[in-house]
Design a protein around this ligand. Sequence first.
Ligand SMILES: Nc1ncnc2c1ncn2[C@@H]1O[C@H](COP(=O)(O)OP(=O)(O)OP(=O)(O)O)[C@@H](O)[C@H]1O
Ligand SMILES: [Mg+2]
Length: 466
Amino acid sequence: MPSRKILIVDDESALRTNLFRILDRKGFQVITANCKKEAEIFCQAQQGIDLALVDLNLPDGNGYDLINYLKTLSPSTKVMIITGFGTIDTAVKATKAGVLDYLTKPFDIEQLVANIELNLKLENQIAPLDANNSQKTRYKFDSIIGESPQIKNVIRFIETVADSDSTILISGESGTGKELVAKAIHYSSNRKNNPFVPVNCGAIPRELLESELFGHVKGAFTGAVANRVGRFELASNGTIFLDEIGDMNPMLQVKLLRVLQERNFEPVGSTKTIDAKSRVITATNINLEEAVERGEFREDLFYRLNVIPIHLPALRERKSDISVLLNHCVERFNKSKGKNITGFTDEVINTLTEYSWPGNVRELENLVERIAILKGNGQVEVSDLPEKYTSQKANLSEKSSENIMLPDSGVDFNTAVDSYENALIIQALEKTGWNRNQAATLLRLNRTTLVEKIKKKGLRPPDAEM
Ligand SMILES: Nc1ncnc2c1ncn2[C@@H]1O[C@H](COP(=O)(O)OP(=O)(O)OP(=O)(O)O)[C@@H](O)[C@H]1O
Ligand SMILES: [Mg+2]
């Protein structure tokens, strides 16, 4: 498959250059234009743009006219828009024009790139209009890869809950696919023709988050020079995705709780009540129940959000998905980067299956991308893996039962564990010339924890004075 074509239309040259660099490096074919006219000329010459990112505010005209033009040339072109400020009018018009995603300035460029990639991936989920029903179901969750019983359960579950309007809380470590699942739910629900509006509650400064979510009226606070429509209103009849909900400050937690209870809200500085018609999906990579116990997250809000909980297991807990994802990613990067990696040796698969994947699927994608670029073709061998992937295996086997033998007579568990601990600490200290900082790093321990242990155990360098 030829690489995907992305068109970027914005009059801000820094943004164009940045996006060009990032997307080009990711293997996309990128075309940039600084105005409507230029974009039209490029599009006449280029067949089939896969995705267009259009700033609505162009120097020589309206972004919507351009979107209509693009859609006439190629109806399957996916469109994302950038707007200076969102208004409800924008939302309605954009929906009619078949726009997939909005971004209001300023935005995080990495988030934008992630959204572009996700929207290209989600392409298959939106079945063509003439497809029959069975085909529709088959394509819906295509972008979620995995063969493990856990991931199959998740897919079955989201299929059943997609059409309900209940609030969903997706939990899971970083990189387990929470946003992917949120989008899959939206695009397979009956809200799919309305906007999916993501808000990263952890990335937006707390003093701006309220107005970002609920909008504000002109003069509500210093800097509020015009009325602004919030994301809840933009997501009307669609889905609002509140990511990293655990980072929301207590004051906003109260307001969100009220919105969920009463299904309406007031923009900052306004007395006008607006109906909250969007479906709410939230995600967190912290354990919210523990945050509730620590008093950091409101219990009542937790229950409101957790109506339908979906937990995405860490990759290390569904090891059978590792090889499936590896092969899937190789295929993807081969295509997008024009490479010819033919597969992995059994040893590589074993090594990577043993690895703990703290960064989950995102880490796996990055690893495969790196290998695809550096190696280019042939079968991936253990020597192609960065050291951290192989050293963990060595450590694991050192710790394995081959080296620790339980005598037939049994052991005193505490004494045995204690002496194993002593041996590790002493070795780490010896390796680092009794540098506690470096030893702590070697043992992946907090320095204070290590120092306390050394003190408690009375460990001293061999030549230290008593
Ligand atoms: N089951 C899966 N199949 C295919 N791709 C996946 C799967 N799970 C995750 N990915 C991919 O891994 C990357 C990370 O996924 P995503 O952004 O959804 O994770 P996340 O849980 O939201 O992470 P974070 O907590 O860091 O925001 C994305 O590129 C996503 O497409
Ligand atoms: Mg995420």
